[in-house]
Design a protein around this ligand. Structure first.
Ligand code: FAD
Length: 407
C-alpha cells in the first residue's frame, strides 16, 4: 500500500479543519487535509458570532469572507408571546469585533477551504479516512476518490470531521451528552418579508407560545432568502406532519409574530432534519491527537455557538501544536482541553438555562440592567472565554442570581 509522510493530518475541511490547517501552515508545519466530500457542500450552522471573526482574521481569511457578499449580522433578537428584545453585539462587555455574518455554509466553507489551499495547504477532496492506528506514530488509512486505500504517517492528527466524529468512533471515545436529545427540522425559504420593522441584520429566535422549550430560528441571508428551523423534543414534533415543510408551515402559523413576518414566504427548497445532535467524548486530546469542533463536544444550536467553538478549538490546538513542533514542553490537557472547555462550559450553562426558562426570563426582561445586559451580550457574541466577565467565571451562580431577580 502507498504511504505518505507528513507532520499533521487533519480529517475534514470544514471551518475547524480549514482554519487549523492555515494557522499551522503559517508556521511552516506540513499539513495534509483529507476531505470526504467535494466543496461546495451543504452544512447546517449558518449564523456566526463576532468572536469567530477574530480567528478568521488570524488565519488571514477575513478579506475573502468580507468579499463573500454574506448578510451582515450585528446582533440577536428574541421574541416570545409579544415580548421582544434585541441584543446589539457592538454594545457588549468584552472588547473586540462586534459584527459578523449570516452565511450559506456551502459558500462560506468553500471560501475558508480555498483560502487554506491558496495559502499552501494540501486538501485531498473525495478522500475518506477509514482507520487510525495509534500504537506507534499515528498511521491513517484513507480511501482515495477511486476507493483505493493508502496510508499516511503523521506526528499528530486533528479530527475536524464534524458530526461524522471519526476518531471518537474509531477510538471508542464517545459518551452520551448530558443534554436531552432534541430534533431540528429546517429549510431555506424565499422570505418575501415586506415589514420595514424586520431587522435582517439579526438572527430572530422565537419561542413557541405553548411550549417554551420549543424554539424557531430565522436567519436572513443577503439574497432575499432565510434559513428557517424549529428545535423541539422529538415527541413534540410527532404531533405534526411527517413532511417537514408542512410541519414548518404549521409551526410558523402557531407563532403570531412569525406568521405575520412570513405571510408571503415561499417554501421551494427541500427540508433537512437532525435528531440527537448533542454529543460528548471521554477526552478531547492526547499527545497524538486532538478533536476539533463538532468532532469533540456539540451542545445545542440555540446560541449559534457551533462554528465559534469549532474555530476556537482550531486556534487553541494549532497554538499548542506550534509550541510542540518548536520543541517546547506542552501539556495537551491544560493547554488545549482545559482552555477550550472554559468557553464550552460557559455556553453549556446558558444552553441549560435557556431550556429551564431562567435565561429566557433574563433575556426577555423588559427593563434589564444595562451592565448585566452587556455581560450577557458578550457571551451571545461568542466572547465566552473572557475571564474578565463574571458571567464567564461564575456562569451558574450569576445566571441564577439574575434570573431570581427577574422573577
Ligand atoms: P463540519 O463543518 O461538519 O465539517 C466536517 C467535515 O469533515 C465535513 O466537510 C465532512 O465531509 C468531513 N468528513 C467527515 N467524515 C470524514 C472522513 N471520514 N474523512 C474525511 N473527511 C470527513 N453553528 C453555528 O455557529 N451557528 C448556527 O446557527 C448553527 N446552527 C446549527 C443548527 C443545528 C440544527 C445544528 C445541529 C448545528 C448548528 N450549528 C450552528 C453547529 C455547526 O453546524 C457546527 O458546529 C459546525 O459546522 C462545526 O464545524 P466543524 O468544522 O467542526 O465540522
Amino acid at each position: 500500500m502507498k504511504k505518505q509522510i507528513t507532520q499533521v493530518v487533519i480529517i475534514g475541511a470544514g471551518p475547524s479543519g480549514a482554519v487549523a490547517a492555515a494557522l499551522l501552515d503559517q508556521h511552516n508545519i506540513k499539513v495534509i487535509v483529507i476531505e470526504k466530500m467535494l466543496f461546495p457542500r451543504f452544512s447546517i450552522g449558518e449564523s456566526l458570532l463576532p468572536a469567530c471573526m477574530e480567528v478568521i482574521e488570524q488565519a488571514n481569511m477575513l478579506d475573502a469572507v468580507k468579499k463573500g457578499n454574506f448578510q451582515l449580522k450585528n446582533g440577536a433578537a428574541f421574541h416570545h408571546d409579544g415580548r421582544y428584545t434585541e441584543f446589539d453585539f457592538n454594545d457588549k462587555f468584552t472588547p473586540g469585533i462586534g459584527e459578523t455574518y449570516q452565511v450559506q455554509r456551502a459558500g462560506f466553507d468553500k471560501i475558508l477551504a480555498d483560502q487554506a489551499q491558496f495559502q499552501g495547504v494540501d486538501i485531498y477532496y473525495q478522500h475518506q479516512v477509514i482507520d487510525l492506528n495509534l500504537e506507534n506514530q499515528p498511521l491513517l488509512t484513507v480511501l482515495d476518490e477511486d476507493q483505493q486505500p493508502y496510508q499516511i504517517s503523521a506526528d499528530f492528527v486533528l479530527d475536524a470531521s464534524g458530526f461524522a466524529r471519526v476518531l471518537p468512533k474509531l477510538l471508542d471515545l464517545e459518551v452520551p451528552s448530558t443534554l436531552p436529545a432534541r430534533k431540528a427540522i429546517f429549510t431555506h425559504i424565499e422570505d418575501n418579508i415586506s415589514s420595514t420593522a424586520f431587522d435582517r441584520d439579526k438572527i430572530l429566535i422565537s419561542v413557541h407560545p405553548d411550549d417554551p422549550e420549543v424554539w424557531y430560528w430565522l436567519i436572513p441571508f443577503s439574497n432575499g432568502s432565510c434559513s428557517l428551523g424549529v428545535v423541539a423534543k422529538a415527541d413534540f414534533l410527532e404531533n405534526y406532519p411527517q413532511d417537514n415543510i408542512q410541519a414548518l408551515k404549521l409551526l410558523v402559523n402557531e407563532e403570531a409574530n412569525l406568521k405575520e413576518i412570513l405571510a408571503n414566504a415561499l417554501y421551494p427548497h427541500p427540508s433537512g432534519e437532525i435528531i440527537g445532535y448533542s454529543a460528548n467524548v471521554k477526552q478531547l486530546c492526547s499527545d497524538k491527537f486532538a478533536l476539533l469542533g463538532n468532532a469533540g463536544e456539540f451542545l445545542d444550536p440555540i446560541f449559534s455557538s457551533g462554528v465559534t467553538i469549532a474555530l476556537k478549538s482550531a486556534q487553541f490546538a494549532s497554538e499548542t501544536l506550534v509550541k510542540q513542533f518548536n520543541g517546547e514542553k506542552v501539556d495537551w490537557q491544560k493547554d488545549y482541553q482545559e482552555r477550550l472547555m472554559v468557553g464550552v462550559n460557559t455556553f453549556r450553562c446558558y444552553v441549560e438555562g435557556w431550556y429551564t426558562g431562567e435565561l429566557q426570563r433574563v433575556i426577555l426582561h423588559p427593563n434589564p440592567d444595562p451592565k448585566i445586559k452587556q455581560m450577557i451580550c458578550a457571551i451571545l457574541a461568542g466572547y465566552a472565554w473572557d475571564i474578565n466577565n463574571p458571567f464567564v467565571t461564575q456562569p451558574y451562580r450569576r445566571l441564577k442570581a439574575v434570573a431570581e431577580f427577574c422573577k
